[in-house]
Design a protein around this ligand. Structure first.
Ligand SMILES: *[C@@H]1O[C@H](CO)[C@@H](O)[C@H](O)[C@H]1NC(C)=O
Ligand SMILES: *[C@@H]1O[C@H](CO)[C@@H](O)[C@H](O)[C@H]1NC(C)=O
Ligand SMILES: *[C@@H]1O[C@H](CO)[C@@H](O)[C@H](O)[C@H]1NC(C)=O
Ligand SMILES: *[C@@H]1O[C@H](CO)[C@@H](O)[C@H](O)[C@H]1NC(C)=O
Ligand SMILES: *[C@@H]1O[C@H](CO)[C@@H](O)[C@H](O)[C@H]1NC(C)=O
Ligand SMILES: *[C@@H]1O[C@H](CO)[C@@H](O)[C@H](O)[C@H]1NC(C)=O
Ligand SMILES: *[C@@H]1O[C@H](CO)[C@@H](O)[C@H](O)[C@H]1NC(C)=O
Ligand SMILES: *[C@@H]1O[C@H](CO)[C@@H](O)[C@H](O)[C@H]1NC(C)=O
Ligand SMILES: *[C@@H]1O[C@H](CO)[C@@H](O)[C@H](O)[C@H]1NC(C)=O
Length: 887
């Protein structure tokens, strides 16, 4: 229902009211606690009971889980994400289910729009929910992702919704799904029992976690409106055949789609509902919906008419999505509108561990935009999480972001690695939730394909056959416009993997999940190539066309760290114990095994890039740790994406970072933190992906002591012949050491061309590189990748002694500052920050972030708003106290 925008026909309304005619748009009332007072009571007598005549109670947050409500009422201002505070909240395994079984209560006002019918709609409640109207039970629902529609009276009434926790709430031991018991229930978000990047959620997300609405309407509601689009190729343009259907609704309603350019080309037909076939119509020369970087994500609007009056409007896109077998990469690849897309994206959990942003369009818009500014063109909504909300999908529709949505199973708990292949226990409940989720989300053009779940194996047992058959059948019948792929990965089952069966599995393996020697990312299947699989000897190529998960450690900025870490301790060099707070926040060290693929080195030679690549400091402090981490992750994530890009359409059709964001302030897997501050990994990824015509310095094994320079064209058009100039600057001084110039030939779409060889002017120490080509300037921080004596070739920071430099900034209008490096050293990874008094504004859409400034150099920094009071700059070696600029 949420994808629908209901509008009144205001003009007609008056006329109809005069005529007593009730055929017009429904009215929607959001019953959220922002508008309406709700209380919570506990049916268990030891927590007070829920007497029908008691008017007292704890204020409830709606939408909001029990824990989210209790945090506002019962735990006096405790921020569960700071320090180890989460441990102070009672885990359901300790206090029992009665502690988190509640009733949400409110008084619903009488109907006010003059319609004869009213329907209550719960968009998401977990785990078992019962609805009472004036004390009488009217309906119930099980599972986190199934809506409930309940007819309710027109007079005012007392509404109560009782929500109970999942019966198998499990024990909050840490790790992938804790003790795995939660997977007996489901569908729900399995990460609620903890993972290696999150602690267990004490109430397992019990409660009214999503929107509650009441709709007043005249006749049968039009439910789950959907526009099927089929492209009919015609010359340069595309005609599209539109079929408009609803899952439920009255017979005989008309639909209309306004043509984007020519009113005489509007398309019209009859709405199809069960038992009443509709009529399709052609939309001529349709504008297609494209992922960003390939075109506009154009949205049309379908109107449902009652007479001449639109009673319902809903956006939709015209696009065609398909998976196919790509012989070059020997595995699955994707096309949209007939065009192959190299997928470069991220894994996604959700916005908040306690699900507090489930209806927050702004939060979704911000996070999806942060993924887009990192260069991602696809987001995988991972199967251990949730069905993302319509507000998320609306942001993706608008921003041209493709989405891979999985249903809610993972091999960690559903048999392949632990738990049981037969879980969840109630298959019908699971399938009912699948069906409702397809109906809820199928209208979003950004939704690219459905997945059966995470790392499920083997294909004939996981998901259980009846569930996978039902999923496939429901996607086919109710959606029909996008593929269903049974699992993200077959978990190394090389023997049974058939790369041609592209809807059986997206891949045969995934990973790695740690830092690498940067050059490793340019080898086929980084790190995994050393794995010994059944039937394989290792050290040989195998097909992994799309890698659904690979990544490594992340770290926030120093300021970001201070938002939630209370200790001043620092993680020690690898092997030493970690401070408890860091462990609680899932800290993972940037450890690299440097011996992989280097025969001279003993197996298992481990380097800690924060300690071992730099001049020794003693003691290490958090600021230094965070500054070094910012250089390390910038290079790691850039290399990861550039390594895959160099082999686009030869070895690979795509990759997805594990992972792009985190639902609480953890220290693992994020390009921006929970507070929405981007870290340098975000810029490392953006540097690789921001232009579809990209030049990269390859870190593959050097020939003749020089690094290869490639030009990669990911776009749909030829990249024209151009000059590439690569300039090296010394560090820390920032003096020009030399420029290499190459003539880059025209590069066709999907092609990669060798442009030339770059020889480092210095063997030791990192240099700043600037690459100019075709109007773009990209920077890089690399030491000589051909220096095999370096502990980590390309990452030698022996010359980066603490050399603070001073930046001076001048305001230049409301949304511009000019920042100059007035110090003697190059300023590295400079990161602007905007303030509103003492509050930092996040996120901010800067024109440049994590950039470098040579001594004497000035840069214009602009942003799109809001107006702040100050802009400050931090950075690897930026002197901080006096950096504030008052504007
Ligand atoms: C109403 O509340 C009173 C106490 O305030 C209690 O004694 C009585 O049993 C309640 N009645 C019902 C029906 O719950
Ligand atoms: C929450 O706090 C309210 C009072 O603020 C109290 O009545 C209620 O019993 C508490 N609930 C639990 C489960 O602790
Ligand atoms: C489990 O929850 C309790 C609080 O109820 C907490 O003290 C404990 O640290 C938690 N354990 C883990 C591993 O999350
Ligand atoms: C839930 O609703 C169904 C009908 O939809 C009913 O048969 C069942 O008894 C209800 N369950 C409970 C616990 O009330
Ligand atoms: C609009 O479409 C009609 C019907 O195809 C055509 O005759 C007319 O020329 C079009 N108008 C414009 C401005 O393109
Ligand atoms: C492809 O995989 C699916 C799911 O495992 C299976 O049902 C189907 O038989 C396979 N098709 C072929 C041609 O092997
Ligand atoms: C792979 O292993 C399977 C079973 O172990 C065996 O039947 C098959 O012949 C092997 N294939 C190759 C190419 O070695
Ligand atoms: C490293 O390990 C591999 C496989 O375990 C082995 O083949 C190789 O000989 C080892 N190399 C050294 C230098 O120990
Ligand atoms: C700035 O702070 C004021 C006062 O706290 C607040 O009202 C305003 O919304 C803030 N503006 C922004 C852009 O955050």
């Amino acid at each position: 229902m949420a994808a629908l925008v209901w509008q009144s026909c205001l003009l007609l309304l008056a006329v109809e009211r005069a005529r007593g005619d009730s055929s017009r748009a429904p009215c929607v009332h959001d019953l959220g606690s922002a508008r309406q007072s709700w209380t919570l009571c506990w049916p268990a007598l030891q927590y007070g009971g829920c007497h029908s005549n008691s008017s007292k109670g704890v204020r409830a947050r709606v939408p909001g889980t029990v824990l989210a409500s209790m945090l506002e009422s019962n735990f006096s201002g405790l921020d569960p994400y700071v320090g180890m505070n989460l441990q102070q909240l009672p885990d359901i395994h300790q206090v029992g289910p009665a502690f988190y079984r509640v009733r949400y209560r409110t008084k619903v006002a009488p109907a006010s729009c003059g319609h004869p019918f009213r329907t209550l709609i719960l968009r998401g409640a977990s785990y078992e929910s019962r609805v009472f109207v004036d004390g009488v039970e009217r309906a119930n629902v099980t599972g986190m992702f199934r809506r409930l529609r309940v007819p309710v009276p027109s007079h005012g009434f007392d509404l109560e919704v009782e929500t109970s926790p999942p019966p198998h709430f499990g024990v909050n031991v840490s790790g992938q799904g804790g003790d795995h018991q939660l997977a007996k229930d489901g569908p729900l978000a399995q990460f609620a029992l903890g993972w290696d990047w999150v602690q267990a959620t004490p109430d397992r997300n019990t409660g009214l976690w999503d929107k509650v609405e009441v709709m007043e309407h005249s006749s049968q509601l039009v439910e789950d409106l959907y526009v099927r689009t089929a492209l009919l190729q015609r010359g340069a343009g595309h005609d599209a055949l539109l079929t408009v259907e609803a899952h439920k609704g009255p017979c005989g309603l008309k639909w209309r789609v306004r043509h984007h350019a020519n009113r005489s080309l509007d398309a019209e037909g009859t709405l199809a509902v069960p038992h009443c076939p509709g009529s399709s119509a052609k939309l001529e020369e349709a504008k297609l919906w494209w992922p960003w970087q390939f075109g506009d994500p154009y949205l049309y609007e379908v109107e449902i008419l009652d007479g001449d009056c639109a009673i319902l409007r809903q956006p939709f896109g015209v696009r065609h999505s398909e998976v196919f077998y790509e012989p070059r990469t020997d595995g699955p690849a994707f096309r949209i509108n007939g065009v192959r897309i190299f997928l470069a994206g991220v894994n996604w959990i959700t916005t908040d561990q306690l699900l507090r942003f489930s209806t927050n369009s702004q939060r979704y818009e911000d996070e999806v935009r942060l993924m887009r500014t990192a260069g991602a063109n696809v987001i995988r909504v991972w199967g251990g999480g949730i069905a993302e909300r319509p507000e998320f999908y609306r942001a993706c529709d608008r921003l041209g972001m493709l989405v891979y949505q999985e249903f809610w199973m993972t091999g960690d708990n559903n048999g392949a690695q632990a738990g049981s292949f037969s879980w969840p226990l109630d298959h019908q409940v699971f399938v009912d939730n699948v069906q409702d989720t397809i109906l809820l989300l199928r209208g979003h053009p950004s939704l690219f394909w459905w997945g059966g779940g995470n790392e499920l194996w083997p294909s004939d047992r996981s998901p259980p056959m009846d569930i996978s058959r039902a999923e496939r059948g429901l996607v086919e019948a109710l959606d029909g416009s996008r593929p269903y792929i049974q699992t993200s990965s077959l978990l190394q089952q090389m023997q049974s993997y058939d790369p041609k069966n592209v809807t059986a599995a997206l891949s045969v393996d995934d990973g790695p999940y740690g830092s690498q020697v940067p050059g490793e990312f340019f080898q086929r299947n980084p790190y995994l190539r050393f794995q010994r699989y059944p039937n394989r000897t290792g050290l040989e190529p195998f097909p992994l066309s799309i890698n659904p998960e690979l990544g490594g450690p992340n770290f926030p900025t120093f300021a970001g760290l201070r938002r939630f870490i209370r200790t001043r301790q620092v993680p020690g060099r690898l092997g030493s114990p970690q401070p408890a707070e860091f462990a609680w926040h899932n800290f993972e060290a940037f450890v690299v095994n440097t011996s992989l693929g280097r025969p001279g080195l003993a197996n298992g030679t481990l380097v800690d890039p924060i300690y071992d690549l730099w001049p020794r400091v003693s003691p290490m402090d958090q600021k230094t740790y965070a500054d070094r981490a910012s250089v390390v992750q910038y290079v790691q994530y850039r290399s990861l994406f550039e390594g895959y890009l160099q082999h686009q359409w030869s070895w690979y059709a795509g990759l997805l970072l594990w992972k792009g964001q985190t639902p609480w302030p953890s220290l693992r897997g994020f390009l921006y933190d929970w507070y929405l501050e981007a870290n340098s990994a975000h810029q490392g990824m953006a540097a690789a992906l921001q232009h579809t015509d990209h030049v990269l310095v390859s870190l593959e094994p050097c020939t003749l002591g020089a690094a290869n320079v490639y030009r990669v064209n990911r776009g749909m058009e030829d990249a024209p012949e151009t000059e590439v100039a690569l300039t090296f600057f010394s560090l820390p001084q920032g003096e020009v050491l030399g420029t290499s110039r190459f003539q880059a030939p025209l590069v066709e779409p999907e092609a990669v061309a060798l442009v030339g060889h770059a020889r480092w002017p210095r063997r030791d120490g990192a240099l700043l590189l600037r690459v100019h080509h075709n109007g773009h300037v990209l920077e890089h921080l690399l030491s000589d990748p051909c220096n095999g004596d370096a502990l980590l070739p390309a990452m030698d920071y022996g010359n980066l002694e603490p050399t603070p430099t001073t930046l001076r900034a001048r305001a230049w209008g409301a949304f511009e500052v000019r920042v100059t490096n007035v110090g003697a050293f190059a300023a590295l990874l400079v990161h602007p920050r905007l303030w509103n008094g003492t509050e930092e504004v996040l996120p901010v859409w800067w024109n440049a972030d994590y950039f470098n400034l040579l001594p004497g150099e000035m840069r214009r920094i602009t942003w799109t708003g809001p107006v702040g009071s100050d802009v400050t700059f931090s950075g690897f070696n930026v002197r901080e106290p006096e950096e504030a600029l008052v504007i």
